[in-house]
Design a protein around this ligand. Structure first.
Ligand code: ARG
Length: 261
């Protein structure tokens, strides 16, 4: 995770970012700290990446890389405003002793590459349409040696795959069908027939931007129907309020790069 020390809405690269928006950085920091606390209280380890001045979106750490079984694929951002974030992440992983693969094509890390399951059978759901280049999907398949399922996003509000799908465990997803092309919708319906279908109102508060450890699902507090639906499936919803970070178009998952070792 990376604290929102320099968080601001200085440019608009998604429809959530309204030029001229004033952010309350203290509130953003307090809400982010609450998310970090939540992970620690659930028994997870949280490593921190030092925030860099001039990179206001760096709090959205999920975009900085993708890690599967200890292999790190560095990110390559679509927009120049975020390009340097990839360097900060890659430097951190190298410092931590990990080998980092530099990408050829644009990929926005775990914003568009979602790992389902673990071990050799893990499958990677890969989004494209707004940010990640579809050619990066084949690249990720090569780097990680895992099957990739390409999915096309159609609604600019759900510009990253992690705003339209929440991976709850190795077999369960929550998703918003309307965020996908009919073809991608069909693929998801066939693979995950029991998936939780999110209410559009919950998706519209980035409710699907959730982090699950297979039991606890950390999700935006306003996504109340989604919380009830995951509870019905036996998960434990853990609501967090990241209202200030929603101004940049992100929620809990955006703020969290899952380091799968
Ligand atoms: N303002 C950031 C952007 O538009 C938000 C990134 C959200 N991250 C995510 N994983 N969905 O790039």
């Amino acid at each position: 995770m990376c604290p929102p020390t320099h968080f601001a809405v200085e440019y608009a690269i998604n429809p959530w970012m309204l030029p001229g928006t004033v952010v309350d950085r203290r509130l953003a920091l307090a809400q982010w700290e609450e998310l970090r606390r939540t992970y620690l209280d659930l028994g997870h380890r949280v490593d921190l990446l030092a925030p860099v001045p001039g990179l206001p979106d760096m709090v959205y750490a999920a975009n900085g890389a993708t890690v599967v079984d200890g292999t790190v694929l560095a990110a390559r951002f679509r927009h120049p405003q975020r390009a340097a974030e990839a360097v900060a992440h890659a430097t951190w992983f190298r410092w931590a002793g990990t080998c980092v693969v530099e990408p050829e094509f644009v990929n926005e890390g775990e914003g568009d590459l979602l790992v389902v399951g673990s071990g050799p059978d893990a499958v990677i759901l890969a989004g494209h349409g707004f940010r990640t280049d579809p050619r990066a999907h084949a690249e990720a398949a090569r780097v990680f040696g895992r099957e990739i399922v390409s999915l096309e996003l159609v609604d600019p509000r759900y510009y990253h795959l992690d705003t339209a799908i929440a991976v709850l465990d190795a077999t369960t997803l929550a998703w918003l069908p309307e965020a996908f092309t009919p073809a991608s919708r069909a693929v998801l319906q066939e693979r995950f027939p029991d998936a939780v279908v999110a209410d559009p109102a919950d998706a519209a508060v980035l409710g699907l931007n959730a982090v699950s450890d297979g039991r606890h699902v950390v999700l935006p507090v306003r996504a109340t129907r989604l919380a009830a639906a995951v509870a019905e499936r036996g998960f434990v919803p853990v609501p967090v309020d990241l209202s200030e970070l929603l101004k940049g178009g992100g929620g809990p998952k955006c703020c969290t790069l899952e380091v799968r070792t």
